[in-house]
Design a protein around this ligand. Structure first.
Ligand SMILES: Cc1cc2nc3c(=O)[nH]c(=O)nc-3n(C[C@H](O)[C@H](O)[C@H](O)COP(=O)(O)OP(=O)(O)OC[C@H]3O[C@@H](n4cnc5c(N)ncnc54)[C@H](O)[C@@H]3O)c2cc1C
Length: 412
C-alpha cells in the first residue's frame, strides 16, 4: 500500500537541463537553449504574476543587446526605446554630460526595465514550446557530481516530482537553494561592504532627460528612467536606515536638494526600500554538473547597473557551453565557464566599486575625509575633460570587451 501511494506521488521525468529560477538569468538560459534545440525545464518558486512584476534594473547594456541579437531574440525580448548614450553627472548643481556610447558599430543599450525583459522572455520561451513550472516548493538536488543529477520538487497540488538531467543551472538568486546545495569547502565567498546605505524609491513621476547621478555635500542621489511615466530614485542614507524613516515629503525634499532641482515633479511612490551597498563573488561558479548563473553566484553594488547584465552574460556562456557539449561533444565551454564568467564579474565589480567610491566620496566627506574627497573630485574632473578617460568609461558602461566580444575570441 505504501509503495502504491509512493508511485502515485512520484512522477519521474528527464530533460537535458533543469533551470532553477525564472528571473532574467534562468529565462535567458532556457530561451537560448530552446533556440538551439536543447530541452530544459524551468522551476520557479513564485507565481508567474509575481515574477513578471518585479521591478529592479532598467538598462540592458549594449553587449547584452548584441548577445540577444546574435540569437535572433533582440526584437522579441527587448522592450523600451534605445538609450541615447548620454549620462548626466550633476556636481554641486552643475551639469556634465558624458557620452557613454563606445563608438563601436551595432545596436546600443536599451531602456528596458527588468520586468519588461522578464515578461517578454517568458512569453517568447512559452511560445517556442518551452516549459516553466511556477509555485514549485522544496527543491532538492542530488548526485551533482555524478553523470545524471536529479532534482526533486513539490508542485502546488502537493505532488512530488523527480527530474533526471545532464546539468542543473542554478539561477535562483542570492538566497536560492542551488548554491546552498554545494558542500562546504568547495566555493570561496569574496565579500565587500561599502558601509553606505541607499534608499531606493519607485514612483509614477516623469523620467529624467538622461540617467542622472548627482554629487553634492548633501549626499549622493540618482534619478533613472523606468518607463515613459515612471522613475527610480536613489538617495544615500545611513547604512542601517529604515524605509519608515523616509516619508514622502522627506524623499521629495531630499531629491530636490540633492538633484539641485527645486521644481522636480513628484508622483505617487509605488515602492520604497533601503539596502546596504555590498558586493559578493562566489568562486568557482560550478560544482560538478551544477552551474551557478547571475545573482546565485555574484552580487554587484548597483552603481553602474551591472547586476542583471552580468546575469545575461553568464546565461549566454552557459547556453553556448551546453549546446557545444550536446551537439558537438565539445566540453571546452563547460570547462572554462567559471573562469570566463569570473573574468567579467571582477571587471564589472571593479567598475562598480570605482564609480561607487567616486560619486560618494566626491560629495559628503563625513566618512571619507577631505583627502579622499579631493581624489574623487579629481577623478570626476578627468572624466569630464579627458577624451581617453571618457572612452574607457564608455567601454565599461556598454560592457563591450574587445578580448571577449570579438568574434575570433568567442568562436561565434
Ligand atoms: C533595487 C534594485 C535595483 C537594481 N538595479 C539594477 C540596475 O539598474 N541594473 C542592473 O543590471 N541590475 C540591477 N539590479 C540587480 C538585478 O536586479 C539582479 O542582478 C538580477 O535580478 C539578477 O537576475 P537573476 O535571474 O540572477 O536573479 P533574480 O532576479 O533574483 O531571479 C531569481 C529567481 O529565482 C527564484 N527562486 C529563488 N529561490 C528559489 C527556489 N528555492 N526555488 C525556485 N526558484 C527560486 C526567484 O523567485 C526568482 O524568480 C538591481 C537590484 C535591485 C534589488
Amino acid at each position: 500500500m505504501a509503495q502504491a501511494e509512493r508511485k502515485l506521488d512520484e512522477v519521474p521525468e528527464s530533460t537535458t537541463v533543469v533551470v532553477i529560477g525564472a528571473g532574467p538569468a534562468g529565462l535567458t538560459v532556457a530561451s537560448l537553449l530552446r533556440r538551439c534545440g536543447v530541452d530544459s525545464i524551468v522551476l520557479e518558486r513564485r507565481s508567474r504574476q509575481h515574477v513578471a512584476q518585479r521591478q529592479r534594473a532598467g538598462i540592458v547594456e549594449s553587449r547584452a543587446v548584441r548577445m540577444f541579437a546574435s540569437w535572433g531574440l533582440a526584437d522579441l525580448v527587448l522592450g523600451g526605446p534605445p538609450h541615447d548614450g548620454i549620462l548626466e553627472f550633476r556636481v554641486d548643481g552643475k551639469s556634465h554630460l558624458v557620452d557613454d556610447s563606445d563608438g563601436s558599430e551595432g545596436p546600443g543599450a536599451r531602456l528596458c526595465p527588468q520586468q519588461v525583459l522578464v515578461q517578454k522572455l517568458t512569453a517568447t520561451h512559452l511560445a517556442d514550446g518551452g516549459e516553466v513550472r511556477y509555485e514549485t516548493a522544496d527543491i532538492t538536488l542530488h548526485d551533482l557530481t555524478g553523470d545524471r543529477p536529479t532534482v526533486s520538487y513539490r508542485s502546488a497540488d502537493g505532488t512530488v516530482h523527480t527530474i533526471t538531467c545532464a546539468f542543473v543551472a542554478g539561477c535562483d538568486g542570492e538566497h536560492g537553494v542551488t548554491r546552498a546545495a554545494v558542500p562546504d569547502g568547495h566555493l570561496t565567498a569574496h565579500t565587500f561592504d561599502h558601509g553606505i546605505g541607499w534608499l531606493t524609491v519607485l514612483a509614477d513621476a516623469p523620467p529624467p532627460a538622461h540617467p542622472l547621478l548627482a554629487v553634492s555635500p548633501h549626499g549622493f542621489a540618482a534619478h533613472f528612467p523606468r518607463g515613459p511615466h515612471s522613475s527610480r530614485y536613489y538617495l544615500q542614507c545611513p547604512p542601517d536606515d529604515h524605509p519608515g524613516a523616509w516619508p514622502d515629503s522627506r524623499v521629495w525634499d531630499a531629491l530636490r536638494t540633492r538633484l539641485a532641482d527645486p521644481a522636480l515633479t513628484a508622483g505617487p511612490i509605488t515602492d520604497r526600500e533601503t539596502f546596504r551597498l555590498r558586493s559578493l563573488v562566489h568562486d568557482p561558479m560550478q560544482y560538478g554538473r551544477l552551474y551557478l548563473v547571475g545573482d546565485a553566484a555574484h552580487i554587484v553594488s548597483p552603481m553602474g547597473g551591472k547586476g542583471m547584465n552580468l546575469a545575461l552574460y553568464d546565461a549566454d556562456l552557459l547556453a553556448r557551453a551546453v549546446r557545444d557539449h550536446v551537439q558537438h561533444h565539445d566540453d571546452t565551454g563547460l570547462r572554462t565557464y567559471s573562469e570566463r564568467c569570473l573574468r567579467r564579474v571582477w571587471s564589472d565589480q571593479e567598475f562598480s566599486h570605482w564609480l561607487t567610491r567616486t560619486v560618494h566620496d566626491a560629495g559628503d566627506d563625513t566618512h571619507c575625509g577631505p583627502f579622499l574627497r579631493n581624489l574623487a573630485r579629481a577623478r570626476l574632473d578627468r572624466l569630464f575633460t579627458s577624451q581617453t578617460a571618457a572612452q574607457a568609461f564608455a567601454e565599461l558602461m556598454t560592457g563591450l570587451d574587445p578580448a571577449q566580444d570579438h568574434p575570433a575570441a568567442t568562436g561565434r
